[in-house]
Design a protein around this ligand. Sequence first.
Ligand code: AVJ
Length: 316
Amino acid sequence: MYAQALEDEFARDVRVGLTRAGQKTLSCRYFYDDVGSALFDAITCLPEYGLTRSDARLLRRHASDIVARVPARVVLAELGSGSGAKTRPLLEKLRRRQDVVYYPIDVSPAALEHCARELAPLATVVPLEANYLEGLEQVVERRAAGETLLVLFLGSTIGNFEPDAAIDFLAAARARLAPGDALMLGTDLVKPREQVLPAYDDPAGVTAAFNLNLLGRINRELDADFDLRQFQHLARYDAEAQRIEMHLLSLTGQTVTVRKADLVVEFLPGETIWTESSHKFRPEQIAPIARASGFRLDRQWIDCEWPFAESLLRAE
Ligand code: AVJ
């Protein structure tokens, strides 16, 4: 999509989210500009945020096992590859068996460049700058006869979707695949509140900066005048809904103008903007999600240090 169309879409989403009756919202999709991506990388290094290390540990530990479960002549695609660091052990194992083609799919050109540079020695890297489903379509178009696809969807990004939307998304991915193709789904698991909450409310304030940067991005890209010092990061855990919620709390009554969204918006003191939900899963919830979206759960690997699951789903 062209830059202008992307900006229009951003402006539209901001207008809709901030004029909604009741709870104001902004989409977590917009966290990841250059500043936000750098802050997310910093989050993954925090001692409180075990998620990324757990994901990487599972893929490292079980790389041989995973590779043994996918047929020869597999092609790898990754939805939201970022720098591709977690994928390296899989490529290392696979290349002993076959030449590997790897399609990282990401909306960030910087991430794709980083990923291509890191992994080019291990595989033929074909970066696709696209959203997940568009990118997947491009991969499928390039598939040769006899090739199987292994799609990686790691990092518990699926947890950002509402439960129904998660199934819709996986079904849409499944619709682009053929029977026998596979999807590796990384999901953060339910864990004690004392373990999960600090991961989203770290004492150094990195997650707070990540959350507040969304307002900074709106200022920069949509010519707005949010005073970031008048908002506060808030993370809460809803155990029943199995999700972390992140909000931005308005510290005073204030009026904000977003010029490129034709918007003037009032905040009451104590009012919040809901910016992200991060759903957590129980291991036994994955098989029904897989079935509801046209897959079968083939195998699951779990890390107990930071409860997290990799689930290999097979397209039926
Ligand atoms: C990249 C979506 C997995 O939900 O844990 C990190 C994003 N938000 N800290 C998550 C995030 C706050 C992250 N995901």
